[in-house]
Design a protein around this ligand. Structure first.
Ligand SMILES: [Zn+2]
Length: 204
């Protein structure tokens, strides 16, 4: 039995459980496997993920991928936060294959995260890989560490955004992106930078 399984057995005991009762016998093995998957983004190689999917184009209109499901773990409580991610960019001369954007979101989601950093990492990586004219990323998430513990029940959906290049500098570009999101998912309240106080806070 590996170290992690030992730790989970100990955790079960500390919680007041009997790790030897039938229902819990295989729990350490299952939790180890689940945690390895949920944090597999640490071992992912971005260039390998994007391999062969960066293309040179003569196209400079906004590219948008909306409603990407994501699941992550809050680094303060090791509890899930999950929701939708919306990505937009304006190419300068390169684009990323559309199917690779959700893969990129997975790579950074499958780590211990805070929502603000996750949002920024996705935007910065796209910037780094294809040097677009601008990138916008908006994430809307429910944090179980807040809703399950009864914290901020009324505002348990946290919205974060990262706006780079034209999305930061040009209000019209930013508004075009946010308008398209509003039409799609009813995310009418998305505003740049509004949300830092809504996302999970390391309160203890
Ligand atoms: Zn948390």
């Amino acid at each position: 039995m590996g170290w992690m399984q030992d730790l989970i057995r100990t955790l079960l005991s500390e919680l007041g459980e009997d790790p030897d009762r039938e229902g819990l016998l295989n729990t350490p093995r299952r939790v180890e496997k689940a945690m390895a998957f949920l944090t597999s983004g640490y071992h992912a190689d971005i260039d390998q993920v994007l391999n062969g999917a960066l293309f040179t184009v003569d196209y400079s209109e906004m590219v948008i991928v909306k409603d990407i499901d994501f699941y992550s773990l809050c680094e303060h409580h090791l509890l899930p936060f999950f929701g939708k991610c919306h990505v937009a960019y304006i190419p300068s001369n390169r684009v990323i294959g559309l199917s690779k954007i959700p893969r990129l979101v997975d790579v950074f989601s499958r780590r211990l995260q805070v929502q603000e950093r996750l949002t920024a990492q996705i935007a910065e990586t796209i910037c780094e890989k294809i040097s677009p004219l601008g990138v916008g990323v908006v994430m809307e998430a429910t944090h179980l560490c807040m809703s399950m513990r009864g914290v901020e029940k009324q505002n348990s959906c946290a919205v974060t955004s990262a706006m780079l290049g034209a999305f930061r500098d040009t209000a019209r570009t930013r508004m075009e992106f946010l308008e398209l999101l509003k039409l799609a998912g009813g995310t009418g309240s998305v505003r740049h930078g509004m949300s830092a106080t809504l996302a999970c806070v390391a309160d203890e």
